[in-house]
Design a protein around this ligand. Structure first.
Ligand SMILES: [Zn+2]
Length: 258
């Protein structure tokens, strides 16, 4: 995938919430003058960890701009649904315990049903069924989760990216290429999620126990070396010569050097 820098825009005078029927949506606070903002490469992490509140969404919009450049009404519900989906996608990839917004339900041993609910914010609603998916292969919950992840990401990517064919007469590399680029901030966020998943999907080998484990840059530590805290501790003990305390020798004559 091509990773081009991405410039968003935001209203110079900022945004505010405006009541629009039953929902609230983001509007310019005053004039519509816009300012360009260079979007950081970890915007998806900022978005993922943003608090699910109207205030936090407003602060995000005032720093980075709207998600869709007003292609659709930017309600709090839209923002929180996209945030929940980003969190769900990364949780599906990492197989971390499910975050608040989604959960998986097994139906017998055959089907997974995935759904998420928005957090308590005045927009409470019952869990929404996203998809009924994937007859699970024997013992392959991971495969099922990753297939679901792709369905989820593909659905949310729609409308946020554009594709074009490009000729680069003087560039290095191929003269012609197909470029996938974000056409709004939301598209940029989802492309970063994909990039994070792609680069985190190739397993590393733990030097202590020899098992392979997945890494996910930007979520866990991208320089993660060991499969677990246990192995990291073993490696540290070996490196430092640390011995567990034995009663009365506690704290005596041992200084740790690195
Ligand atoms: Zn290990």
């Amino acid at each position: 995938m091509l990773h081009a820098p991405y410039v968003s825009w935001k209203s110079v005078s900022g945004y505010r919430w405006q009541k629009d029927g039953k929902a609230f949506r983001l509007v310019h606070a005053g004039d519509t003058a816009a300012k360009n903002v260079l979007i950081p490469n970890d915007i998806y992490e900022i978005f993922r960890t943003m608090l699910p509140t109207a205030d936090a969404v407003l602060a995000f919009a005032n720093e980075f701009g709207l998600l869709t450049n007003n292609a659709k009404p930017e309600t709090l519900g839209l923002w929180l649904a996209e945030r929940a989906a980003v969190r769900a996608a990364l949780a599906l990839f990492e197989k971390t315990p499910p975050p608040l917004e989604w959960h998986a339900v097994s139906e017998g041993s055959k089907l997974g049903i995935w759904s998420y609910e928005l957090p308590a914010d005045g927009l409470n609603r019952s869990p929404e069924k996203l998809q009924t998916v994937i007859p699970q292969e024997k013992g392959s919950a991971t495969t099922a989760a990753r297939m679901m992840l792709c369905v989820l990401v593909s659905g949310h990517l729609r409308g946020g990216i554009t594709t074009y064919f490009e000729h680069r007469p003087n560039g290095s590399g191929p003269q012609f290429r197909l470029v996938t680029a974000p056409c709004n901030l939301l598209g940029k966020i989802w492309l970063q999620v994909i990039q994070s998943i792609e680069s985190g999907a190739d397993p590393r080998i733990c030097p202590v126990c020899g098992k392979s484990f997945p890494i996910a840059p930007g979520i866990g530590r991208s320089n993660k070396q060991f499969c677990s805290d246990g192995c990291r501790f073993k490696a540290w003990r070996k490196r430092t010569g640390y011995k567990p305390n034995k009663g009365k020798h506690h704290g005596k004559g041992k200084t740790r050097t690195r």
